[in-house]
Ligand binder design. Structure first.
Ligand code: COA
Length: 159
């Protein structure tokens, strides 16, 4: 990663293996729809969806340090996943990915960015709060293991 931070670019098919490795190191299989093969199929489907966007954060050597997945539905952005390789965490990569999403959402005149996160996922909740997201609802037992889901929003306004 350069001193200015990672480069954020659209994900391509060539990034799928690196992205899968980050996913498998970051999420429990129940949260990403299964093991590697199921997840790979799912990622390829997201790449093909016209309303879905995948972006990667690259280090200086072009290596994938993290990625973000979101959907653009009407005037809302739904942030579905953001993950950073364990070895690259706490260096601003997650923040760079979400900052980039906020900037592009503003450019595209979206009204808000919505997301839902496990109540116990403190790193993610802190990251989102730090970037201005606020909690607006708790979905009781939203996850299959009974954990609550915290819904958060960043209102983008007209500015
Ligand atoms: C959440 C995640 C994406 C953060 O990525 P990251 O690159 O480590 O985050 P950053 O370095 O940009 O951190 C930005 C801010 O988030 C907060 N934060 C990040 N990790 C944190 C942690 N482990 N504990 C507390 N706060 C944390 C801090 O406020 C941090 O700012 P600071 O470093 O100046 O204190 C990463 O931990 C991850 O991949 N987790 C597994 C996947 C996941 O749960 N994704 C979210 C649900 S979709």
């Amino acid at each position: 990663m350069s001193e200015e931070g990672p480069t954020i670019e659209p994900m391509t098919e060539a990034d799928i293996d690196a992205t899968l490795a980050i996913d498998l190191a970051s999420f429990h299989p129940r949260d990403i729809g299964g093991e590697r093969a199921a997840r790979e199929k799912n990622l390829r489907e997201e790449l093909a969806r016209t309303w879905a966007r995948l972006r990667v954060a690259r280090g200086r050597a072009g290596d994938v340090l993290g990625y973000i997945l979101f959907w653009h539905v009407a005037d809302e952005i739904h942030l579905l996943n953001v993950a950073v390789a364990p070895a690259a965490r706490r260096r601003g990569v997650g923040r760079a990915l979400v900052d980039d999403l906020v900037a592009s959402s503003r450019r595209e005149r979206a009204a808000k960015i919505l997301l839902e996160v496990r109540a116990s996922n403190e790193p993610a909740v802190r990251l989102y709060e730090r970037l201005g997201f606020v909690r607006f609802n708790v979905r009781k037992a939203y996850y299959s293991d009974g954990e609550d889901g915290v819904e958060m929003v960043l209102e983008l306004g007209a500015a």
